[in-house]
Design a binder for this molecule. Sequence first.
Ligand code: WQD
Length: 340
Amino acid sequence: MVVVTGGTGYIGSHTVVELINNGYEVVILDNLSNSHLDVLDSIEEITSKRPTFFQVDVDDRNQLNTVFAELGTSVEAIIHFAAKKAVGESVQEPLMYYRNNVGSLVNILEQTQKHGISKFVFSSSCTVYGQPDVCPVTESTQRKEAESPYGNTKTICEDIIRDCCKVQELTAISLRYFNPIGAHSSGKIGELPVGTPNNLVPYVTQTAAGIRESLTIHGNDYPTLDGTCVRDYIHVVDLAKAHLQALKRLEGSLPKSKYEVYNIGTGDGKSVLQVVDAFIAATGINVPYKIGQRRGGDITEIFADTTLANQALNWKAELSLEDALSSSWNWEKNYRSRKG
Ligand code: WQD
């Protein structure tokens, strides 16, 4: 049985679908602070199986003790998503982010120690690279000072996991996500930003749906092909599958280090304007936009070298930017139609 913390969230729910479809029994721990209970219904509609669910705060040590005492020795692995991830919010509330993101990880690792859980997959981020000097970035690209407390919590968590793997029966993999976008082809699960979206693609789809008047592109004076920032946008279903492959690697007998890190991206950088143009081409829906000021904390460009993940995880991104954008639009329409 696999415990998935944050399993009703955007990436968590897509990963739970892949796990169940590959025969795993899944238990979700989530506090529903950034997700909805009806995601469990959607997962059941997609997979015909309903994962066991515990509503807990993973930053509450006592709640975790109670849940893991109940789960007992049946936990074979943990995939840890539960964390706060709003970059701007983390700048304003650093202590909340360090307590929640780092405190939750310490609590969860304590459970691996107490219950002899030996396989661990961690949700890390390309933000640990800061603004790289050279792209594409490899896993040995030097991590730089993170642009935000959020990014710094990912750096700190990676080091905590590495140090625990040295002294306990624990083998772990950190997956450094690039920019997750898109939604499951069923249109039943997807990104559910609370309030005004921070991220580009949900803002694009809400603009296309008429919920937002127009998209503001945060700066077009960067040293890139068209002046807008470049990112590596990866379909969330490809990202979910990378977690399945990481789990399989941990279960397998191939030689591996006790702690490994992999870049999970497409290897292809796209600018903001290229994303907007690709959305319009893929959906036929116009997206009015205006050019605004640069956004504090934004880096100019980052995209991944995924050679290591391709080889060691037997994983490669298969879905295109257009697939991701079309699925995002499909989700936006489905979700709004369900919300009424
Ligand atoms: C992308 C580009 C914006 C909104 C995110 C997460 C971070 C990490 C990586 C997981 C930037 C521009 C955006 C808008 C815009 N994920 N933009 N107008 O900042 O790369 O980081 O993915 O760990 O947690 O925050 O993604 O989608 O916010 O921005 O012009 O309304 O789109 O300036 O250049 P980002 P993003």
